[in-house]
Design a protein around this ligand. Structure first.
Ligand code: APR
Length: 235
């Protein structure tokens, strides 16, 4: 069996990382147009750096939850039976990797990485970032930015996403509101290609009616239940 899994902020909610559009969510407290666009960064880099420095600090204190652990089990279980779990996450945290996931496509980038706009090099970066920092590769100061896809920029890995969708039997969305494209359109693409589709979420997403199957509740409960059911089915 080949599963295409799309995760969103909801899978990391129980690890203490905020979601974006729930009541009290990140975009309710902060204006994305002032913090998550290339124009905002060009206009006020210090404010954007401070926003992502605070999120890096949160992530350093966060740990994966039972949902992340269950998906790592599913990846290994499917691989041991000649199948595949392709995990595409909208999340910029590393909780899937911390839980033991071997292959993760971060279509919106990664909070613990920075990119040099002078030479293009990408570096691991777990601490604060500011204009005074120099690129470890080319030495240029003040040209490092978060390696994160901002609004108006092209997500990473779209070619591979298209290939993996075409190759899969089942599409599963976990913890995403289905409100940001292109990720929000993946379920329609999956249906058009004849895949079965399943939504695992705290509550019905914007796309809920499009899914063949749906299970609602905290990811730390519904995801392990789903994984155990799939592993039983294919054994
Ligand atoms: N368990 C499961 N689902 C949950 C939980 C939980 N404990 N808590 C919240 N959710 C669900 C919410 O019901 C909601 O449908 O997770 C979803 C979170 O939706 P958003 O906050 O919109 O996050 P996401 O869908 O990942 O946003 C997509 O928008 O701003 C951009 O780049 C950002 O990657 C992000 C993208």
């Amino acid at each position: 069996m080949r599963i295409f899994m799309l995760t969103g902020a909801g899978i990391s909610a129980e690890s203490g990382l905020g979601t974006f559009r729930d009541p009290g969510g990140i975009w309710e407290r902060f204006d994305p147009m002032k913090l998550a666009t290339p124009e905002a960064f060009a206009r006020d880099p210090d404010t954007v750096h401070a926003f992502y420095n605070a999120r890096r600090a949160n992530l350093r204190d966060a740990a994966p939850n039972a949902a992340h652990a269950a998906l790592a089990r599913l990846e290994q279980g499917l691989a041991s039976m000649g199948g595949e779990l392709f995990l595409c996450t909208q999340n910029i945290d590393d909780l899937h990797e911390q839980a033991g996931m071997r292959h993760v496509l971060h279509m919106h980038g990664e909070l613990f990485k920075v990119r040099c706009t002078a030479c293009g090099a990408v570096h691991e970066w777990r601490g604060d970032l500011g204009r005074q920092d120099a690129c470890p590769a080319c030495g240029t100061t003040g040209r490092l930015r978060p390696h994160i896809v901002w609004f108006g920029e092209i997500p990473f890995g779209l070619d591979m996403i298209g290939e993996k969708l075409a190759d899969a039997d089942l599409f599963v969305a976990v913890g995403t509101s289905g409100s940001v494209y292109p990720a929000a359109g993946f379920v329609q693409e999956a249906r058009a290609m004849g895949l079965r589709t399943c939504e695992l979420n705290l509550e019905p997403s914007d796309n809920a009616r499009v899914f063949d199957e749906r299970a609602y509740g905290p990811a730390s409960e519904v995801v392990p239940d789903f994984v155990e059911r799939v592993l039983r089915e294919i054994r």
